[in-house]
Ligand binder design. Structure first.
Ligand SMILES: Cc1cc2nc3c(=O)[nH]c(=O)nc-3n(C[C@H](O)[C@H](O)[C@H](O)COP(=O)(O)OP(=O)(O)OC[C@H]3O[C@@H](n4cnc5c(N)ncnc54)[C@H](O)[C@@H]3O)c2cc1C
Length: 487
């Protein structure tokens, strides 16, 4: 007899594994199927985020920042380190250990919560009355297993978008997987794409000593961010030794050379033909939804023209009892967005199964925080000034620089500022934009404020510890009403 489950989740990235744990916590008999294998060919849970995304990139960003600080920033503190060097294989193996600890941690969480974990590629099958039970075939090296489930959550994530000009070989032409596994520092590194991944990967290798050139097709830098922040970030990054960022470029040709290099031919912003020769080239031109071989076409699960599975606000597809979450559906491609959708769907399925009549939760994209882990870091939540202007919403601005914050000065990290945007009619906070030290952590206060529909006055009246970086947000909130105290 086939094994039968209340819920089958396809994909164990942050969307899938979190949905699986929540389903199991709610008493649903849950299976999570995932095909990921690490470099040693072993199953590795956690999807892109844990294996080749959020966690390994942050591990390398931290290592490279430490090296960079020891070389360039410690001297301001009166500390000099002679002969500092980087052992790249040690750095990479530290990163690998962190990844292994966390991926193994998910296997333990599955055991603890009694989630059945199956390794292999899942294919959804069209058999019989699909509204009663879904049939899923799972294939791996050892063979094929068939299971059944009443509800299916697709959490198959995304894969790097390829450039049609040249295939990724992860030797000289790298995607994020290759960029996180280099064993030596390339002298010259090219990056195509100045998005979050391109900037973070470029930062790692620049801090270690590579000459980095980032080529971006869009006319403006960081178009999704508030443009005041983006412009300031561009200015700061372009002053960094060893980093060049060019926008509005048109890549024409990429070829490998006999001398183990890569040549990129492109037209620059002034319409001049250019050639860039590098040792390694990272291609970071976005990610595409991953539904390959899953069987969604056969089941008539609707996808849009870019391949995203179409879902409603509650992550329901057009097919009964089939849901989709995370990178494979619309919305920001962020791990925390994927996880929150996973939780919301798990709770909805539980409510359906228990016959509870209530409103289902859904993820409010307006309070999803965004972070770019460059130096200085960039973070925001809510609307940008451009969005408010295009929507015709009148707003007030309060801004405060880290330069005037005692803790930031003590850290020696005083670049950047915090900006609060509040509705001109009722003072409700509509967006908060930050660039500066540890803003990846600071942004949470703004998220909480927005989730509770706070006004800038609310933030201004809350006591913030002194000296702390959070005082910058406090002062920016005060500045909305033109009463900042320390500037
Ligand atoms: C370099 C890099 C850095 C990033 N940094 C951040 C960051 O700092 N913060 C952040 O929020 N986001 C970051 N992201 C994005 C984040 O990794 C993704 O948004 C997140 O992983 C999406 O989660 P998911 O569960 O939707 O999909 P994924 O994490 O992609 O997981 C999908 C899983 O499904 C499996 N799968 C697919 N098809 C099948 C099938 N048919 N059968 C079985 N298994 C299948 C895959 O093998 C994979 O394990 C980063 C991404 C990259 C590449």
């Amino acid at each position: 007899m086939l094994k039968s489950f209340d819920v089958a989740i396809i994909g164990a990235g942050p969307g899938g594994y979190v949905a699986a744990i929540r389903c199991a916590q709610l008493g649903l008999n849950t299976v999570c199927i995932d095909e990921w294998e690490n470099a040693k060919g072993r199953p590795s849970l956690g999807g892109t985020c844990l294996n080749v995304g959020c966690i390994p990139s942050k591990a390398l960003l931290e290592s490279s920042e430490n090296f960079y600080s020891s070389m360039h920033k410690f001297k301001d503190h009166g500390i000099s380190i002679k002969g500092a060097s980087v052992d790249v294989p040690v750095m990479i193996s530290r990163k690998d250990k962190i990844v292994t600890t966390f991926t193994a941690g998910i296997a333990s969480l599955f055991k603890k919560n009694k989630v059945t974990s199956i390794h292999g590629k899942a294919i959804l099958k069209k058999e019989g009355d699909q509204t009663a039970e879904w049939t899923i075939e799972v294939k791996d090296k050892k063979g094929t297993e068939t299971i059944q489930a009443k509800h299916v959550i697709i959490a198959t994530g995304s894969t790097p978008r390829q450039l049609p000009l040249i295939p990724i070989d992860n030797d000289r032409i790298l995607d994020n997987t290759g960029a996180l596994a280099l064993t030596e520092i390339p002298k010259r590194l090219g990056v195509i794409g100045a998005g979050v991944i391109g900037l973070e990967m470029g930062s790692v290798w620049r801090r270690l000593g590579s000459e980095v050139t980032i080529l971006e097709a869009m006319p403006e830098f960081l178009m999704a961010a508030d443009q005041q922040i983006a412009k300031e970030a561009y200015k700061i990054f372009c002053k960094e030794p060893g980093l060049s960022i060019q926008t509005k470029v048109d890549i024409k040709k990429i070829k490998t050379t006999k001398k183990k290099g890569v040549v990129v031919e492109y037209i620059d912003a002034d319409n001049n033909p250019q050639k860039l020769e590098v040792d390694k080239l990272i291609v970071a031109v976005g990610r595409v939804p991953n539904t390959a071989g899953l069987g969604v076409e056969d089941l008539d699960v609707e996808t849009d023209e870019r391949g995203f599975i179409i879902v409603d606000d509650y992550c329901r597809t057009n097919v009964t009892n089939v849901y989709a979450v995370g990178d494979v559906v619309r919305g920001p491609m962020l791990a925390h967005k994927a996880s929150e959708e996973g939780v919301a769907v798990a709770e909805m399925i539980s409510a359906i199964e228990k016959g509870e009549e209530r409103e289902y939760e859904h993820v409010d994209f307006n309070t999803v925080p965004w972070v770019i882990y460059t130096s200085p870091e960039i973070a925001w939540v809510g609307k940008t000034e451009q969005q408010l202007e295009s929507e015709g919403i009148t707003y007030k601005v309060g801004q405060f620089p880290f330069m005037a914050n005692g803790r930031a000065r003590a850290l020696g990290e005083a670049a950047g500022f915090v900006k609060v945007l509040a509705d001109a009619t009722n003072d409700r906070i509509l967006g908060v934009h930050m660039m500066g030290p540890h803003v990846s952590e600071l942004i949470s206060e703004a998220v909480v404020a927005m989730a509770f529909s706070a006004s800038s006055e609310d933030l201004a009246r809350i006591i913030h510890a002194h000296p702390s970086l959070s005082e910058t947000l406090h002062e920016a909130a005060l500045a909305v009403d033109k009463r900042a105290l320390h500037i």
